[in-house]
Design a protein around this ligand. Structure first.
Ligand code: A2P
Length: 292
């Protein structure tokens, strides 16, 4: 299958290109991450893997990359700086720790996982991210979970614009304001929990069942195209110009989730899906995240 898959590329403001579809590995153990990333690269045709220090599976991801049949330079690898590592010194240590665990000399994208609530600290961390990029340890740098005001905090006091803002984004939470403001600033939007999340989404919150994957409107769209609801959700993301990293631990689903380049959603499909916007999150709002 991998020979047939041509994932579109998006050019970031850093000049670096990113495959628009990747594999997310939140809640995978090192062993699970190693197996599923290896399958995704070697069998399913993925070239973009999204992990984080907080996922505690960078070693497994690194082992999969080392063992894969695809050369490192053909892969796009993202990891993220955890909340405990804000501030210059901790940030500079954090990238070295992540690279050592991944077994890599650089990542393609390094992200601040959460902006937290302290403007001065966020700006200091961002300056460290700029240093990290200059050192060659990250080809591009960006943020996650930034609201427009966080992007302003960074823009007011920095040289480098974040390449991406990775936020919770799916038809229940289409994030029109963040997308518009990120576009204005030249920042690409990436979506987390694009399928509506796992059954254990959110930090420190009660589990929320995934309702999107069983939504009747999406089921009707999926039936019209002879595709699954997950494939419709991924297609909606791609046709919306978003960068999307669905997560699964099951090889057949990982393969299914990249098999989305032989159909197109119509305007009518988009109108139906727009009706699902109810503002419901599966994760935390950035203004309430203070866990370190
Ligand atoms: P699993 O890992 O058991 O396959 P997210 O929105 O964060 O990407 O979450 C995806 C959730 O949906 C995960 O719990 C994953 O579970 C499940 N999932 C991923 N791909 C599919 C698919 N093609 N069909 C049904 N469920 C899926």
């Amino acid at each position: 299958m991998s020979d047939r898959i041509q994932t579109p590329l998006i050019t970031l403001n850093s000049g670096v290109t990113i495959p628009q579809l990747g594999l997310g590995v939140w809640q995978a153990s090192n062993e699970q991450a190693e197996q599923i990333v290896r399958f995704a690269i070697d069998e399913a045709g993925y070239r973009h893997i999204d992990t984080a220090a907080a996922y505690e599976n960078e070693e497994g991801v690194g082992r999969a990359i080392a063992g894969a049949s695809v050369p490192r330079e053909d892969l796009f690898v993202t990891t993220k700086l955890w909340n405990a590592d804000h501030g210059r010194d901790a940030a500079l240590r954090a990238i070295d720790t992540s690279l050592a665990k991944l077994g890599l000399d650089h990542v393609d994208l390094y992200l601040i996982h959460w902006p937290l609530q302290d403007r001065a600290e966020l700006v200091e961390t961002w300056h460290a991210m700029e240093e990290i990029q200059r050192s060659g340890k990250a080809r591009s740098i960006g943020v996650c979970n930034c609201e427009p005001h966080h992007l302003d905090w960074i823009a007011a006091d920095s040289d480098v614009t974040p390449a991406v803002d990775q936020v919770e984004l799916h038809p229940h939470l289409p994030q029109y304001v963040i997308r518009a403001y990120a576009t204005y600033r030249g920042i690409a939007t990436q979506s987390w929990s694009p399928l509506g999340g796992t059954s254990r989404s959110g930090w420190g919150k009660a589990s929320k069942p995934n309702t999107l994957l069983h939504d009747p409107t999406l089921q009707a769209v999926a039936a019209r195209h002879g595709k699954s609801v997950a494939q419709v959700l991924i297609r909606w993301q791609l046709q919306s110009g978003l960068i999307v990293m669905p997560k699964s631990l099951h090889p057949e689903r990982v393969a299914q989730n990249i098999d989305v380049f032989d159909f197109e959603l119509t305007g009518e499909d988009f109108e139906a899906i727009a009706g699902l916007d109810n503002g419901e999150r599966v994760g935390l709002h950035p203004d309430t995240m203070d866990h370190r």
